[in-house]
Unconditional design. Structure first.
Length: 345
C-alpha cells in the first residue's frame, strides 16, 4: 500500500482508484487553445492534466487555464525555480520537477516551502534521457538501479527541507528498464507511483509499448496513476489508458469485446461482424463482456465467461448468455438480436 497524496481533489495512492493523466501539446501561454484541449481530454476520461511551463508567459497563463477547467492541473517545470513559484501562486494542483536541476539548495527550499504552504504535492520525474552523469558512469548506462538511485537522491533533497508530499515516476523508452525500475522502487518505498513509458512513438507501437509496460505493472499491483505517452492527439492517450486499465483488470467500466481469431471452421465474415459489434458497443456503458465467436460448436463454451455473445455458423448463428444457448438466429439478424439481449441485461 502506497501513501496517499491529493492532487487537487483527486486522491493518488493509498488504495485510491488508479487515475488517468495526459499532457497538453498546445502552447501553454495560449489560454484558449489549452483550455479547449483540456475540456476535450476531460470528456474522454482524463482525470489529471499536465501543461509544460517553459517560460514566464506560460507560468502566468496557469491561473487563467485553471479557472476554465474542472480537473486538477499539473505544471511541468525544468531548470527555473521561479516558474514553479509563479505556478504555485497561480493555483496549480501539483508540480512536476527534478529538484536536482533547478539550481542551489536555496531554490529547492523555496519551491518546497511554497508547495507545503499551499498543500501542493511534487512529482519527482526521473527520466532515462536525463539521468545524472555520475549515475550513468556508475551503472554503465540507463538501468533500473540508476533510475531508482536518482529518485532517492531527489527525495533526500526534498526531505532536507521537510517535504514529503511526493509522487515518483521513473520513465525510460525501454519497456524492460521501465518495468524493472518501477518494480524496484515499489519494493524500496511506499511513495505513490506515476506509471509511464516515455517516448513510445506513434500510436501503433506506442500503445503496444504502454500496454506491455503500464499494463504489466498494474497487473502486478504496481502503480497509482498513469500517463500513456504518444506522438498523437492527447485524447488518444486517454483512450489508450482507459483500455489498458480495463484489460489489466484494474478498472471495470463499459463493455469489453472478446472475439475469436477465426480458423478453417469459420463460415461467416467474423472480422466484419466483430467490427460491427465493436462500433455499436461504443454507445453502451454497461460493464459487460461481449463475445463474437466464429464457430457454433465451440463458441458458447470457449466464451462461457462472457455475459452475452453470438457464434456464427453457415447462414445461421447462436445467441448465448453466460455460456447457455438462448436461441438460433438467422445470420443477418445476429447483431440486432445481440443488442436486444444487451439492452435486457
Amino acid at each position: 500500500m502506497t501513501k496517499q497524496i491529493m492532487v487537487g481533489g483527486v486522491p493518488v495512492g493509498g488504495g485510491a482508484p488508479v487515475t488517468i493523466q495526459s499532457m497538453c501539446n498546445t502552447r501553454t501561454d495560449d489560454v484558449e487553445a489549452t483550455a479547449a484541449q483540456i475540456l476535450r481530454l476531460e470528456a474522454a476520461g482524463c482525470q489529471i492534466v499536465r501543461v509544460a511551463v517553459p517560460d514566464m508567459a506560460a507560468a502566468r497563463a496557469v491561473g487563467a487555464i485553471r479557472e476554465r477547467i474542472h480537473i486538477p492541473l499539473v505544471v511541468d517545470i525544468h531548470f527555473d525555480y521561479k516558474l514553479a513559484l509563479e505556478c504555485v501562486a497561480a493555483g496549480c494542483d501539483k508540480v512536476r520537477i527534478n529538484p536536482g536541476n533547478i539550481g542551489g539548495e536555496d531554490r529547492v527550499k523555496a519551491v518546497a516551502d511554497a508547495c507545503r504552504g499551499r498543500g501542493i504535492p511534487i512529482r519527482i520525474g526521473v527520466n532515462g534521457g536525463s539521468l545524472e552523469k555520475p549515475l550513468l558512469a556508475k551503472y554503465g548506462g540507463v538501468t533500473p538501479e540508476a533510475l531508482v538511485e536518482s529518485a532517492f537522491g531527489h527525495i533526500e533533497l526534498l526531505h532536507k527541507f521537510d517535504f514529503d508530499d511526493i509522487c515518483v515516476s521513473l520513465k525510460s523508452s525501454s519497456v524492460p528498464v521501465t518495468v524493472g525500475a518501477y518494480r524496484l522502487m515499489s519494493e524500496k518505498s511506499n511513495y505513490p507511483l506515476h506509471l509511464g513509458v516515455t517516448e513510445t512513438g506513434t500510436p501503433r507501437m506506442g500503445v503496444l509499448k504502454s500496454a506491455v509496460g503500464i499494463g504489466g505493472l498494474l497487473a502486478m499491483g504496481v502503480g497509482d496513476t498513469v500517463r500513456v505517452s504518444l506522438s498523437a492527439d492527447p485524447v488518444e492517450e486517454v483512450c489508450a489508458a482507459r483500455d489498458i486499465l480495463k484489460v489489466s483488470g484494474v478498472r471495470r467500466e463499459g463493455p469489453e469485446l472478446i472475439a475469436c481469431p477465426t480458423c478453417g471452421r469459420t463460415r461467416i465474415d467474423l472480422i466484419a461482424l466483430a467490427n460491427e459489434v465493436e462500433a455499436r458497443l461504443e454507445s453502451v456503458d454497461k460493464p459487460i463482456t461481449v463475445a463474437v465467436m466464429g464457430c457454433v460448436v465451440n463458441g458458447p463454451g470457449e466464451a462461457s465467461a462472457a455475459d452475452v455473445g453470438i457464434a456464427g455458423g453457415d447462414g445461421v448463428g447462436l445467441l448465448f448468455r453466460r455460456g447457455e444457448i438462448v436461441k438460433k438466429v438467422p445470420q443477418e439478424a445476429l447483431v440486432d438480436e445481440l443488442f436486444e439481449l444487451i439492452e435486457a441485461l
